[in-house]
Design a protein around this ligand. Structure first.
Ligand code: DGL
Length: 288
């Protein structure tokens, strides 16, 4: 698939794609690290969660999102969704070879490999991410002494999307997922899902002060900065604007975005978009 992508577009925005609002944690880190860059955040709020869905479905959704963001003129794509990174990154890279793409798994694995002393690393993520074993492979590539335990913690996505991130319900659910993991005495816990950092305070309370808590937002932002630099695509100094796109529920999106980003965003500022499959060869079924 060709994108019509030109490598001279330094002023073009960075596209940041997630299944919902969780990727705002990555957006926040990107904006801190790269304040001059314009950004377009796309949350597929109509179809969240991606975690329990099959690889084929995630690939189709990620294709649609990529095609949409390219139609908005992005110069680089951040797959700010672990599940989409795990299932679709390779396909998207093959189909749009000219588009620089940064996923969140490799930067997260890098941070974990550096943070762990004992090599006992726990990962919590969506069902799809855990089943694909992507974190295990990415961490073991960096540290062959690592013992990686990856477990699904899918309900945390619903809590984050609901904004229930610091109450007794959140605390009980986090205990339910983490108590068995803590029994294995990891010294590092990777939040392998973009939504989980929203529950970081409760997670920290449950794991105590001695387990390193790793999320990929900061390291992803560093990877994006390096990629822009390498390709001579960094914006010229100035303040980059951010556009917010969602496939459903602008009012809810605005409410959550306001609290996650720490600045007011009005529902009117959220553009509602419809994603559809990029054109592909039509295969006509033979009629009997
Ligand atoms: N954004 C997804 C991820 O990081 C979590 C939410 C979902 O299941 O869609 O894996």
């Amino acid at each position: 698939m060709t994108s019509g992508f030109s490598s001279s577009r330094r002023a073009s925005p960075i596209g940041v794609f997630d299944s919902g609002v969780g990727g705002l944690t990555v957006l926040r880190a990107l904006r801190q690290r790269l304040p001059a860059e314009a950004m377009i955040y796309l949350g597929d709020t109509a179809r969240v969660p991606y975690g329990p869905k099959s690889p084929g479905t995630i690939i189709a959704y990620a294709r649609e999102a990529t095609a949409y963001l390219l139609s908005q003129g992005i110069k680089l794509l951040v797959l700010a969704c672990n599940t989409a990174t795990v299932q679709a990154l390779d396909v998207i890279r093959r189909e749009w070879p000219d588009l620089p793409i940064v996923g969140v798994v490799e930067p997260g694995a890098e941070a974990a490999a550096l943070a762990s002393k004992s090599g006992r690393i726990a990962v919590i993520a969506t069902e799809g991410t855990v089943a694909a074993g992507a974190y295990n492979r990415a961490i073991l590539r960096r540290r062959d002494d690592a013992q990686v335990t990856a477990r699904p913690a899918g309900l945390l996505v619903a809590l984050a999307e609901e904004g229930w991130v610091d109450d007794d319900i959140a605390r009980a659910v986090v205990h339910r997922y983490l108590d068995p993991i803590l029994a294995e005495q990891p010294d590092c816990l990777v939040l392998g899902c973009t939504h989980y950092p929203l529950l970081a305070d409760v997670i920290r309370e449950v794991i105590g002060p001695d387990v390193a808590l790793v999320d990929s937002s900061t390291t992803t932002a560093a990877a994006v900065a390096a990629e822009l630099d390498r390709r001579h695509l960094s914006a010229i100094p100035g303040a980059g604007a951010t556009r917010y796109l969602a496939t459903d529920g602008p009012a809810r999106f605005a409410r959550l975005a306001t609290s996650f980003l720490g600045e007011p965003i009005s529902a009117e500022a959220i553009e509602l978009v419809t994603l559809s499959e990029p054109p592909r060869p039509l295969i006509l079924a033979a009629r009997a």
